[in-house]
Design a protein around this ligand. Structure first.
Ligand SMILES: [Zn+2]
Length: 161
């Protein structure tokens, strides 16, 4: 059950089967029995995303050959902001793979394979590009597989004539 929070004093009230009551001395509604639906839910603690941040930074380091530390404040800030917006680890990996592929070979661009560029304000547009290209790659692979199958069938047909 989610924690409730007293709208007057901010403390956690006492939950009983039929009602909820704040027991804090001096609170404006102390001792008054109020039905559960009227109490507001205490907001959950802000997530720190520690494991996710570590995972993203080590993925970047492996892919780009960099050695960023997951404990650096600026790195944490950008990754945490994107995680708070609802982006997933898979989204980060897609963007990293795509940009490493495109920027990694170019000495000047390789400098931009850093957390504040990759995971900053352009993250969502980078992700859209990466997703579109992944879809194109999948389609091309499918076409190549079909072509291969046709050639194989043709060869078998020739052999059995
Ligand atoms: Zn209270």
């Amino acid at each position: 059950m989610k924690d409730l929070e007293c709208p007057f004093c901010g403390n956690v009230p006492e939950s009983r089967p039929d009602f909820v009551v704040c027991q804090t001395d001096g609170c404006a509604i102390a001792g008054i029995q109020i039905s559960r639906e009227k109490w507001r839910v205490r907001p959950g603690p802000k997530r720190k995303w520690t494991d996710e941040i570590k995972s993203v930074v080590s993925y970047l380091n492996d892919a780009a050959g960099t050695s960023y530390r997951h404990g650096t404040a600026v790195t944490q800030r950008f990754i945490r902001a994107r995680l708070n917006e609802g982006f997933t680890l898979e989204d980060f990996e897609l963007v990293i793979d795509d940009k490493v592929m495109k920027w990694g070979k170019d000495e000047d661009m390789a400098d931009y394979l850093r957390p504040q560029t990759l995971f900053g304000g352009k993250f969502e547009s980078y992700l859209q590009v990466a997703k579109r290209e992944e879809a194109i790659d999948r389609a091309e692979a499918e076409i190549a597989r079909n072509k291969h199958r046709e050639i194989e069938e043709e060869r078998r047909w020739q052999q059995n004539r």
